[in-house]
Design a protein around this ligand. Structure first.
Ligand code: ACO
Length: 387
């Protein structure tokens, strides 16, 4: 049953929590009406895109960029957390090669965290999970291909090491630059659905691994981070820029969704998409050509259908072109997204917990009968704290 009609009946009801402010944060800010994304300290996403991912991790967890000498020590500290522990390796070996990659990542990180013990969310724990996530993604990538897992290289940066772990070759500097831009622009995004999920878990007093594992589950849905895969597959079906017009018109006529378009907060062009479009143009011109042709038609048609709620290109649209260009298969895109976003999830959980904020426990509206069967009664609103 649609919930739309209930909005008018109860001003406290907001379908999909749209516009409801549930937390205060200084980690990042999505200025949807103006199409801006700010990281901690008011740094615009455009101003940080050429920074190393290690710098972004430092910014999100510590509130500023490291001084040059401290940067080396910080990068070394992050590099030290890369190896999977024995529990994570055992979980990896127990997984069928046919497992969904995001489910595999969730499982490996869960085992890694279980062996570390239940720890309160804090910066060392955030660094440990941020450091190991690419190793987990790469290990399953290789396992499902029957390839041996590789040892992390401490002489490489976070993103370059990830490419080494995936492909076993000296990473191409251009590929490192493309992938680092992806990691940098996807590292955090205010209270996205997955971040909110992590925060709900953290608000109950649970540990950081549990929050991260839950967030991966939220991220992989096709309406959220799973859209990168869906957008790429959609563009594969289009195949050629000449097919763009017919494809979009046919899809919308059938009530389909254009993957990689629309966002709850942005009603202007997603600034991350603008950055990744340029990276994609260089890294994957063929993908870019088809994507640009589809985008032109999609923007026109979505605006005509919903002039009051513009649904423009989002971060997932060009991301697949970038990730494909560095040799990541489309069913692993969301794993890379999770590895990049993990630090943002952690930063929000730590911020929420350190402030001593309240448990997140919203109310629901009861749609069933108010009385025992056979007795007439009204419907009403439930309180929180359902067990
Ligand atoms: N294609 C076609 N129609 C769309 C699209 C789209 N991509 N997005 C929204 N619409 C339509 C909706 O169906 C709705 O139409 P209706 O009123 O006739 O039912 C109308 O536009 C308004 O929708 P919104 O309220 O703006 O959408 P909402 O905020 O509920 O959902 C969402 C946002 C989930 C991102 C949606 O736009 C979508 O499904 N997009 C495609 C999936 C996608 O790219 N997701 C990634 C988002 S970014 C991220 O999570 C990292």
């Amino acid at each position: 049953m649609s919930t739309a009609g209930k909005v008018a009946e109860d001003p406290g009801f907001r379908s999909g929590l749209e516009g409801v402010i549930v937390a205060e944060t200084a980690i990042s800010h999505v200025d949807g009406p103006n199409g801006r994304l700010l990281y901690r300290g008011g740094n615009s996403i455009e101003s940080v895109v050429d920074r190393s991912y290690e710098d972004i991790v430092h910014l999100l967890l510590h509130g500023g960029f490291p001084e040059p000498q401290a940067a080396t020590a910080f990068a070394a500290r992050l590099a030290g957390g890369r190896p999977l522990n024995a529990a994570a390796r055992a979980a990896l070996e127990g997984l069928p090669c046919a497992a969904e990659p995001a489910a595999a990542l969730r499982t490996i990180l869960s085992a890694h965290g279980a062996a570390r013990g239940v720890r309160a969310p804090d910066v060392p724990e955030a660094l440990a999970l941020t450091a190991v996530a690419p190793t987990a993604v790469a290990a399953f990538h290789r396992r499902r291909r029957g390839l041996p897992e590789l040892e992390p290289r401490a002489d490489l940066g976070h993103v370059a090491n990830f490419l080494h772990l995936l492909h076993g070759e000296a990473p191409d500097p251009r590929q490192v630059r493309w992938l680092e831009a992806y990691f940098t622009v996807t590292a955090d995004h205010a209270l996205s659905p997955s971040t909110f999920t992590a925060q709900v878990v953290g608000s109950t007093g649970s540990d950081l691994t549990s929050a991260i594992v839950a967030a991966i589950g939220a991220l992989k849905g096709p309406a959220h981070g799973g859209a990168t895969t869906e957008a790429t597959r959609m563009l594969d079906r289009v195949g050629d820029p000449a097919n763009a017009e017919a494809f979009v018109l046919d899809l919308l006529a059938r009530g389909g969704r254009l993957m990689g378009f629309g966002h709850r907060e942005y009603r202007r062009y997603d600034p991350r998409a603008r950055i990744l479009a340029e990276v994609c143009r260089e890294a994957n011109p063929r993908y870019h050509a088809v994507a640009a042709a589809v985008e032109a038609v999609a923007e026109r048609e979505l605006a005509a259908r919903h002039p009051d709620r513009p649904n423009l290109t989002n971060v997932d649209y060009f991301a697949g072109g970038v990730l494909s260009a560095v040799g990541i298969p489309d069913d692993e895109f969301v794993c890379v997204f999770a590895a990049a976003r993990l630090v943002g999830w952690a930063a929000h959980v730590i911020e929420y917990v350190e402030r001593g904020e309240r448990i997140v426990s919203p109310a629901s509206r009861w749609l069933g009968p108010d009385q025992e069967p056979g007795v007439r009664g009204a419907t009403g609103r439930n309180g929180g704290f359902g067990c």
